[in-house]
Write a protein that binds this ligand. Structure first.
Ligand SMILES: N[C@@H](CCC(=O)N[C@@H](CS)C(=O)NCC(=O)O)C(=O)O
Length: 211
């Protein structure tokens, strides 16, 4: 009989828990999935507030501890249960760009992507603001251009740092995934589209994003 896994991921398809699950899959760690009811504004109902008072997905339970924030969860798994090639270490040449792109996914890109998503799909039509949607989409376009030119060096780089899959790709890959879901990715620069095609062929991505 196998023991219950120590790690539990609170997950919803297409949400940021895909990042955490991608990391778990890539590292081959045993985990259990909990699926709170993903109702916007009241995820998991009142009971889920004990896990995440903001009622957001993902959350990771490790024994008695609960950790929030998708990229913090990835960083935690990589360091607590690593070592893993998913991390670029300070002695490697690409350490700086690894940090830059890992943070970029949530700190810079999320605002434009979230507003695009909200004002093109998520909100009821009467609450959408076309001007805001246009502005947000413009920000995202600039970011995708920078991702193509500075991040992927116009296709010369297969991954963002260290010439291998890292947490930086998990950070950005998920943002691109969101844009695709809301049909805002078609006009993206070619190196970014080719990059996402590479990512989504990975078995770990397929398992993380399947359901
Ligand atoms: N910065 C957080 C964002 C968490 C977040 O906003 N999660 C979304 C799904 S991607 C959510 O739970 N939304 C439900 C809601 O807002 O009601 C992270 O990276 O974990």
């Amino acid at each position: 009989m196998t023991a219950d896994p120590r790690l539990t991921l609170y997950h919803a398809p297409m949400s940021r828990s895909v990042r955490a699950r991608w990391c778990l899959e890539e590292m081959g760690l045993p985990y259990r999935i909990e699926r709170p009811n993903f109702q916007h504004g009241d995820v998991g109902g009142a009971a889920f507030k004990a896990v995440n008072p903001l009622q957001k997905i993902p959350a990771l339970q490790d024994g008695e501890d609960i950790l929030l924030e998708s990229l913090a969860i990835c960083d935690y798994l990589a360091h607590r249960y690593g070592p893993t090639p998913l991390v670029v270490t300070p002695d490697e040449a690409d350490y700086g760009r690894y940090l830059e792109w890992t943070y970029f996914g949530e700190a810079t890109m999320a605002m434009g992507v979230n507003l695009t998503l909200a004002h093109t799909s998520l909100l009821p039509e009467a609450h959408r603001n076309p001007g805001l949607a246009k502005w947000a989409r413009g920000e995202v376009d600039k970011q995708l251009k920078v991702l193509a030119e500075r991040g992927l060096e116009n296709g010369a780089r297969r991954f963002l740092a260290g010439d291998r899959l890292t947490l930086a790709d998990m950070s950005l890959g998920y943002m691109i995934f969101l844009l695709k879901i809301v049909k805002q990715f078609d006009g993206a620069p070619e190196p970014v589209r080719a990059y996402f095609d590479r990512l989504r062929q990975l078995e770990s991505w397929k398992r993380a994003s399947a359901d």
